[in-house]
Design a protein around this ligand. Structure first.
Ligand code: MTE
Length: 300
């Protein structure tokens, strides 16, 4: 796997101011990002065509900024992502709060192309950059008997207009088993298309779990807790009949209100071409063992 340094992957938007960078990018060069080079080792997408930068940054779910797909692109610029602290619970070290720069320090940045399959029935193929979550977990001394990892998004209603309403039980929270969290495919994204993560995609740092429905991939993380009990998760609490703790992509388990057998590929054709949804989003060889013996219809 090719290892990139931060300096290799985010030079232009550091040298140019954000506004100049966006101007320099322009419509024509943005379109050329479609042919963004991805080597075979980095391509975990199972032969998907990359979505464009425009598609990835203008069709988002980030309820903290509103419930429409275009709200995050419109309002996420209000979020302050620098400085940014992350708190850890359930570790034995005394120091629990880290500045994001301490977390990123010394971590070689890798590229991972993964398909993001939303529970709503659409998907995109995204070239993320970041590092596997286990590299961060390895740095920590966990409490004995850790079974789960919980993640919290920041709660900042003054900057996140969606949080001024009780649309969800804020802050947005998600969780994984410790085995899922340390799996080599589980990724912390700090960027996409070789650049800093756009705020609408969860800057400065978000989770990406490619074999699970998109809502597990929690954005703008400010707290990570190592726990003995299965943690609270936002969508499961909101509607336990529709959203389970496991949320593995599974074409054989329908959402109570719609089929999960196919997905609309964003950007493919005017009405969105549909493709067959694959079990575990195509990663059965890599992750199947995690769920051996688990009834996937019951633990959806
Ligand atoms: N994280 C937070 N904090 N708030 C959200 O509303 N939406 C989730 C997930 N992470 C969400 C979130 C859902 S439903 C999806 S499909 C993905 O983010 C979308 O990620 P994207 O906008 O980068 O494509």
């Amino acid at each position: 796997m090719k290892i990139l340094k931060h300096s290799d992957v985010t030079p232009r938007n550091i040298y140019l101011g954000r506004r100049e960078f966006v101007k320099a990018l322009g419509i024509a060069s943005a379109a050329s990002l479609v042919s963004y080079p991805v080597s075979a080792e980095q391509d975990y997408s199972k032969k998907g065509k990359l979505n464009t930068f425009e598609e990835i940054t203008n069709y988002n779910n980030f309820y903290e900024f509103g419930t429409s797909k275009t709200d995050p692109a419109e309002y996420a610029h209000n979020l302050t992502t620098n400085p940014w602290e992350i708190t850890f619970d359930g570790i034995t070290q005394n120091k629990r709060k880290f500045d994001i720069s301490e977390i990123l320090k010394g971590k070689p940045i890798q590229e991972r192309v993964y398909r993001l399959r939303c529970v709503e029935g659409w998907s995109m193929v995204i070239p993320w950059i970041g590092f596997p979550l286990h590299e961060l977990i390895n740095q920590l001394e966990l409490d004995y008997d850790t079974k789960y990892v919980a993640f919290d998004t920041i709660f900042r209603p003054e900057e996140m207009r969606g949080q001024r309403r009780a649309t969800l039980d804020w802050p947005y929270r998600e969780g994984l088993t410790i085995e899922e969290a340390i799996h080599p495919l589980t990724f912390i994204a700090t960027g996409l298309y070789g650049r800093e993560l756009p705020k609408q995609n969860g800057a400065p740092l978000r989770l990406v779990v490619p074999w699970k429905y998109g809502f597990k991939s929690i954005k703008s993380i400010t707290k990570i807790s190592f726990m003995k009990k299965q943690p609270f998760t936002t969508w499961n609490a909101e509607n336990p009949r529709e959203y389970g703790f496991y949320s593995n992509v599974n074409p054989n388990v329908d959402h109570p209100r719609w089929s999960q057998a196919t997905e609309r590929v964003i950007g493919e054709g005017l009405f969105g071409e549909r493709r067959k949804t694959e079990l575990f989003n195509g990663y059965i060889t890599e992750v199947g063992d995690l769920y051996k013996g688990l009834d996937l219809k019951k633990y959806f």
